[in-house]
Design a protein around this ligand. Structure first.
Ligand SMILES: NC(=O)c1ccc[n+]([C@@H]2O[C@H](COP(=O)([O-])OP(=O)(O)OC[C@H]3O[C@@H](n4cnc5c(N)ncnc54)[C@H](OP(=O)(O)O)[C@@H]3O)[C@@H](O)[C@H]2O)c1
Length: 310
């Protein structure tokens, strides 16, 4: 079976398509035919040798990226009763989704409702879980509150806009001009171009800021948060500096790391099935074109999600 791997940290060209052995199946695992794997910034950061992801795998190269997958069950381990061969499944995995076939823990996967298309499910688990947990578990967003979402047109942001609206919040979304119609179409109440300093300064104070850019951008937007308001800064690499700056302003700030949660995956799949949530797929790449997909995600200007096709 074909698999994309890196043998060393570096640029997108490090991604090599190789012929890999079919991995053995443990009793609590599923063998999955990958239909779609989501491409996320963490894949590219880890490939480049940055952050906690790279630290975790630096002694385990070659490594295949890919932390979310949708596929068809080919085979089930002897203790697995939730799935049968032929079922459609999606979920979060600990790397390795950039493979035609992969072995995953049954507990990490969710069955997919018929009403959810394969490609939408391929881009849902990681960004959707992050958006949901950032807004609710960490951000404690309540109906009627104002929430500011940066990178609102991106993978996490475009789902966060829709979920926040569904929760009854007033959504203030930051995006460049080309994405304004797109973000308004997702339900944002106010859309502001983050390049326009005057427009950003004029944003009425918000209760919660979901920071999806971090660093200088995250710090510069803290002044738009109400006194004593909440900040969830999602990019892990710059979380410390944003939290420190927020603390100096008396804001309640924290970082987060998304967690695999069946209830959250089910809730997201149901929202898609019921038409309350839409995953925007901006481009699908063949597995062999993974390097091109990484160049695109590293541009920092992807609308919605990128997928690899198995
Ligand atoms: N901690 C966790 O568990 C976790 C989980 C998932 C993701 N993350 C992190 O969260 C971040 C967002 O992930 P993602 O998948 O949504 O990324 P993404 O899809 O690559 O985000 C792309 C979007 O970022 C916007 N953008 C770029 N620079 C901006 C700026 N200065 N101000 C406002 N928007 C800007 C772009 O908007 P325009 O095109 O309109 O310019 C584009 O729509 C990444 O750093 C990722 O690694 C963390």
């Amino acid at each position: 079976m074909k698999q994309l791997v890196i043998n060393a940290f570096g640029g997108p060209e490090q991604l090599q398509l190789v012929e890999a052995e079919h991995p053995p199946l443990a009793s609590n695992q599923l063998r999955l035919k990958m239909h779609y794997a989501g491409v996320n910034p963490i894949d590219a950061k880890t490939r480049a040798g940055l952050g906690w992801g790279a630290e975790a795998i630096k002694d385990r190269l070659p490594w295949s990226p890919g932390f979310e997958v949708m596929g068809e069950v080919l085979e089930v381990g002897s203790e697995v009763c939730r799935f049968l061969p032929g079922d459609r499944a999606f979920g979060l995995v600990a790397g390795g989704a950039y493979s035609e076939e992969l072995v995953v823990n049954c507990d990490d996967m969710m069955p997919l409702p018929d009403a959810v298309a394969d490609d939408m499910a391929g881009g849902l688990a990681l960004a959707g879980t992050t958006a949901w947990q950032g807004l609710t578990d960490h951000g404690c967003l309540q109906a009627g509150e104002r929430v500011l979402i940066s990178a609102a047109a991106g993978g996490v942001g475009h789902l966060a806009v829709q979920l926040a609206k569904d929760l009854g919040a007033t959504v203030v979304a930051l995006a460049s001009g080309d994405n304004h119609d797109f973000v308004k179409g997702l339900g944002a109440d106010e859309v502001v171009d983050y390049h326009d300093d005057a427009a950003v300064s004029a944003i009425e104070p918000v209760d919660l800021f979901l920071d999806l850019v971090g660093g200088t951008s995250g710090k510069s937007l803290l002044s738009q948060v109400k006194p004593g308001g909440r900040v969830i800064t999602v990019p892990t690499i710059t979380a410390k500096e944003v939290i420190a700056a927020a603390g100096e302003l008396g804001l309640n700030a924290s970082g987060m790391l998304k967690e695999n949660d069946h209830d959250h995956l089910a809730l997201l799949a149901d929202a898609v099935a019921e038409g309350r949530l839409r995953v925007e797929i901006s481009k699908v790449f063949d597995l062999a074109d993974g390097a091109e997909a990484h160049r695109q995600i590293e541009s920092g200007h992807t609308r919605g999600k990128l997928l690899l096709r198995g």
